[in-house]
Write a protein that binds this ligand. Sequence first.
Ligand code: FE2
Length: 362
Amino acid sequence: MGEHPQLRRLHHVEFYVGNALQAEYYYRKAFGFSRSAFKGLETGCQEHCSFVMAQGKVRLVLTASLSPRENAISRFLARHGDGVCDLAFEVDDCAEAFHLAVANGATAVQEPVEERDHNGAVLRAVVQIYGDTVHSFIQHLDYTGPFLPGFTAQDLPGEGVGFRMVDHVVGNQEEGQMEEWAAWYEKVLGFRRFLSFDDKDISTEYTALRSVVMAAPNNIIKFPINEPAPGLKKSQIQEYVEFHGGAGVQHVALLTDDILTTVRQLRANGVQFLEVPDTYYETVTERVGPIKEDLDAIREQRILVDRDDKGYLLQLFTKPVEDRPTLFYEIIQRCGSQSFGKGNFKALFESIEREQQLRGTL
Ligand code: FE2
């Protein structure tokens, strides 16, 4: 028995949403996901329905309540609006993962339970993380079905835009809570500190944040953790925390091998991105040196570029995909670089601040 849960991979990201059918359409038409599985009234589930959205190895689960009675989903939605409720891992041994996590200090939500249908069974246990977010630990026993027991296969293809896998998922914390959660990931799940940034790295004239990137064993995923730092005006992290109602997932970064094609398709589908100022491209070559992509095309698609000692990365951020200025997506292509675009933070934050200004929340 190891000291920490043995995590195999990120199994899926689950969202609670107000209307899963409409969210499904948005993720299929705007982001090019395919609907691959469903659970709901037609499959005998009376309480909630879920759509599984697939692209590359990414699995997003969109779940809504079917009940007029107050329940965990309705409480989550009333407080937070649509958002991420579960970052679910596949594990080798669910019982071991759960008991080790709890022994290391995690709060238990659900002891290991067998979920079974005619396709076989999985074991699932759940521990609490920041805000109303959880980690499920899922162990496949003899399950051979389309997603998880209770789901039926559905094939409603989207026009994929090239997402391969989830690169990282960022959690925003309330001020003063970042270190506690960094320590939680070290102690409970055996993550290590990969990088950290303080407010000297990540600040503009007005707003600031602190961030520490926690890396899972075997590098299966990275979870950066942010908190607001005091600035002249309100940090975007503070804005998130106020609108979300506490800590929660700020963005999910999706990895592509061809960001130019991905972003072009997403723009054509109506996805809105943060605006990058013209001035950003005046200095980009001297800042990052040569890249193999055509710089004119990069400029035209307003893609951000950063370099570290191992290579470079290309990235771009959507505007929030909710009514509240909370959850957004990052599109990222890595060309050697394993970092997070520190050199872009300033340009990016100035862009976010322009948006905050428009919302009157700066
Ligand atoms: Fe990111």
